[in-house]
Write a protein that binds this ligand. Sequence first.
Ligand SMILES: Cc1cc2nc3c(=O)[nH]c(=O)nc-3n(C[C@H](O)[C@H](O)[C@H](O)COP(=O)(O)OP(=O)(O)OC[C@H]3O[C@@H](n4cnc5c(N)ncnc54)[C@H](O)[C@@H]3O)c2cc1C
Length: 472
Amino acid sequence: MNAEYADFLRDESRREGWAEAIVFPTSTQEVCEALAVARENRWAVTVQGGRTGITGGCVPSGGLILNCSRMNTIGPIDGERITVQPGAVLSDVRAALQGSGLFFPSDPTETSASIGGMVANNASGARSFKYGSARNWIDALEVVLTSGEVVRVERGVHIADGFSFQLGSFSGELPPIPHPAVKNAAGYFIQPNMDLLDLFIGAEGTLGMVTSITLRLLPEPSELTGLTAFFASESDALQFVRSLRAKTNPIAIEFFDCHTLELLLRMKNEVAAFAELPLLAPEYHTAVYFEYEGAVPNSLETLIEPALECWMAEGSQEIGALKHFRHAVPESINLLIAERKKVIPELTKLGTDMSVPDEQLENVMRMYHAGLADAGLEYVIFGHIGNNHLHVNILPRSMEEYELGKALYFNWARQVVDWGGSVSAEHGIGKLKTEFLELMLGRENLRKMEDLKHLFDPSNLLNPGNLFERKI
Ligand SMILES: Cc1cc2nc3c(=O)[nH]c(=O)nc-3n(C[C@H](O)[C@H](O)[C@H](O)COP(=O)(O)OP(=O)(O)OC[C@H]3O[C@@H](n4cnc5c(N)ncnc54)[C@H](O)[C@@H]3O)c2cc1C
């Protein structure tokens, strides 16, 4: 493939792939034509959205790249729904909704994510504490299967009969796959009598390519308040999170550990692009960001007493500034790793995405800190603590540290699975976490999932290597 397309061989995981060709279809018809060529030549097909994924899902390993960026039409608002092509990016959908009084609740931090990618990964984000994952806001999908058949699947219309299903010319039995009772984006979503569009949501593009999406919208709340509370210790912050969840009704609860705050301070001082970040006092050890629709509850006054300070922002513009603070975390990490990669090109960060049951929150934090301190690794912990879902980002300084971090991560995954948690709460499995999926589901359940993939895609043409280890 021509070198001018080199960027299309990567996503935000920084994994690098290879491909013979790339196409930029603009319509479902063109997708069908590209798939026909791939079928004829037995080329693997890798679908790409905004390439903001962090598990290598859209990184090709040979064959054809089907890039959705020119399939980005956003239809008119129809009641409380809007239909978009998969390459429409979140920021453009938000812009199209501006002034309508409606909003799309799904909110992965990265607004250059495409809606197709959000569907494929069942994306979440801060507000999934109240609104759940993207799945809850998708009413209909058009999907092109590798056979070339185009199916339209609507919520409430196309439903499995127990585990039996019929979709276009496909029919069969869905395998009962267990799901942990926590926030989860690992593997196929299968339930008896399920809406069949839920099968494609979170399937990471392994069952079909999504070519049209109807989103469900909500009336915008009249009032929105975002708060960031700073604490002198992590245990004060965790206690505060428990009180917030028990006694108030926030839409988001996000966490920043002491190393995350240190990193932000360092970036503010050293990198011009981060100069606008607010100044953090040295005694601020841990922070919790939370958001309310409507008035801030009166009970907060007492709950917030253990905090050293609390910033408050009203309206979407001021909240935008606080969100910039949140978004600066992964951006700072990527910048730091990019610098280290200049010296050691094979180096990448190790980012976890695991969730645990409520009662294990303090235990999982203890496990992360103790393991990392013992190993002497540099790291930050941040993320969606409302759902007991934190991202540990290990920042290796050498390949030895990378290997050390990897081993630690695998041991944590084993413990998280034992506790009834998930190895991926929102980023998906992609090509980087297939062994974690096997750890969570067991070989037999994974084989059942593979049988289902085989039913839809017998030649394993679509997104090979995602979810299942690729067999060459
Ligand atoms: C700074 C940063 C912060 C992030 N924060 C969050 C967060 O808070 N929550 C969260 O959930 N995610 C987060 N992400 C991850 C990422 O933004 C999401 O996974 C997003 O949904 C990926 O969308 P994309 O369009 O970039 O997909 P891509 O990366 O292009 O692809 C992701 C997967 O979707 C498949 N795919 C894409 N389009 C289609 C289609 N039309 N049909 C079938 N399959 C398709 C691809 O093959 C691939 O497997 C973050 C990423 C970054 C860089």
